[in-house]
Design a protein around this ligand. Structure first.
Ligand code: DCP
Ligand code: MG
Length: 462
């Protein structure tokens, strides 16, 4: 096996699968078709963003990864570290490994997972910090909250790395790569951290594009240029090729991805088993894995404290309507329908009360949710002789798809209405579509067309 002559090789390097005629054009057509068809081979996944791709439609995947994440946060918090070799994970004499290090420290050969003592030997002038996971988590949360504003199809691959599938949102984004660039700029502006962004028709190509873009760059694998992009990348770039596989392949004089195209699938399978099939497909840029969105949340809620305790029933309902609007936007973004709607009120004496309703047919639409919330609120509030400090609405027992009701004629009118409102808001800002009831809040709050009303509880005005 270690002898190259014993390995069955195709006569000419074939970029496309051997079953095709192996011309680059045919191979590319196969790559595109495989990318578009969720039924194509490679790894299957559990919960998945719904594939909307029409046959032969190119998917649009963005991969984004923060540069030297933990180290970059340390530099941001302590600008005197800028431009210095920063190593995160512990002090030089401590046991343990480096979580990561700045690019300046990488020049000395330090890398993630390296024993701290070895890191110190390589880079004694390095600045060693223990780091704080909670702080990194907060930056990560911010990072993902920005990404989720662009599409619900976001996969959190790790704390600082995500895949976004913009294919379903194509109507919102006439220029995909322009949008990807804007996402990069916005993340950098709002987090203060540099990111690298890769764009391609599937996950593997987008991820490899990010590697190429690092640090702080942007790279797009343009249609028809997949082969050219992959050919000269080292085999170690493929996630399916670990250190042991690298040793075996190098013994076969295979150094670059293009060299792999000469090996038939059966040969790779016989050497690496199922992993060999993955190598075969990945090396050709074939990857039908969907973007796996996060698990369905347990509940979504929106609440706010008032600037001053409130008594006026119409104003209270205006707040409730606005919160329902925000809540149902979140439900639509998460593709969730709620079986339980709950309303909460806190009185001026801090006593808090709630009312909930179980819905046989789960709901997502603003009109439906508000109607239920209003009834529940009035049940709560009607008898009260106290003013209110806070009101909130919560949706729970969430499901992904609305089950069809036996007793109601099926109609997706409300969903289409919701989608249309979202499109207008995407373009002109959340405040561009508001009900008359919500508009009453203009008397109290600052209004921003992009964000809507700036309520007292800032996190609710996202
Ligand atoms: N991490 C860790 N231990 C590792 C690898 C990573 O604790 N063995 C942490 C620290 C990293 C963060 O995860 O900052 C993100 O990992 P990345 O692989 O994305 O590495 P970096 O962001 O540090 O560098 P870059 O992405 O620029 O290569
Ligand atoms: Mg990173």
């Amino acid at each position: 096996m270690s002898n190259a002559t014993t390995v069955e090789r195709a006569a000419a390097p074939a970029f496309g699968p051997a079953c095709l005629d192996a011309t680059p054009a045919a191979a590319r057509a196969f790559v595109r078709a495989s990318a578009a068809h969720p039924a194509a081979p490679v790894v299957s996944s559990p919960s998945v963003s719904p594939p909307s791709a029409r046959p032969a439609q190119r998917r649009f995947l963005v991969h984004i990864d923060i540069d030297a994440f933990f180290a970059a946060v340390e530099v941001l918090l302590n600008p005197s570290l800028k431009g210095k070799p920063v190593i995160v994970g512990g002090l030089p004499h401590e046991r343990g490994v480096a979580s990561t290090c700045s690019y300046e420290a990488r020049k000395y050969g330090v890398h993630s997972g390296m024993n701290l003592r070895n890191a110190y030997k390589l880079c004694p002038q390095g600045i060693f910090v223990r780091g704080s996971y909670q702080v990194y988590q907060a930056f990560s949360d911010k990072f993902f909250s920005i990404l989720h504003e662009y599409t619900p199809d976001v996969e959190d691959a790790s704390l600082d790395e995500a895949y976004l599938d913009l294919t379903r949102c194509r109507h919102l984004y006439p220029s995909f790569s322009g949008t990807a660039r804007r996402i990069k700029e916005r993340v950098e502006r709002e987090t203060g951290l540099k990111v690298s962004v890769g764009v391609g028709p599937n996950k593997i190509l987008a991820k490899l594009a990010t590697k190429r873009a690092k640090p702080a760059g942007f790279f797009e694998v343009e249609p028809g240029r997949e082969e050219e992009f992959l050919r000269d990348l080292g085999i170690e770039s493929l996630p399916g090729i670990g250190p042991k596989s690298q040793v075996i392949l190098r013994m076969l004089n295979i150094q670059k991805i293009g060299d792999l195209w000469g090996l038939p699938r059966t040969t790779l399978h016989s050497i690496f088993g199922l992993g060999g099939d993955d190598i075969y497909l990945q090396s050709r840029g074939i990857d039908s894995r969907p973007v796996v969105t996060s698990a369905i949340p347990k509940s979504v809620s929106r609440e706010t404290t008032f600037l001053e305790d409130l008594w006026d029933r119409r104003l209270l309902l205006a707040h409730l309507a606005y919160l329902c609007d925000r809540l149902t936007l979140a439900l639509r973004q998460g593709h969730c329908y709620a079986h339980i709607i709950e309303v909460k009120a806190r009185y001026s004496d801090f006593k808090t009360e709630g009312r909930r309703r179980l819905l046989i047919t789960p709901r997502q639409e603003m009109g439906d949710v508000y109607k239920i919330a209003e009834e529940l609120f009035l049940e709560l509030y009607s008898g009260s002789r106290l003013s209110l400090r806070l009101v909130g609405v919560k949706a729970s027992d969430l499901v992904r798809a609305r089950p069809l009701s036996l007793f109601e004629p099926y109609s997706d009118r409300q969903e289409r209405l919701g989608a249309a409102v979202d499109q207008v808001r995407e373009k002109y800002g959340f405040g561009s579509v508001l009900t008359m009831r919500e508009k009453m809040l203009e008397a109290i709050y600052q209004f921003e067309k992009k964000r809507g009303f700036v309520l007292k509880t800032a996190s609710l005005t996202r």
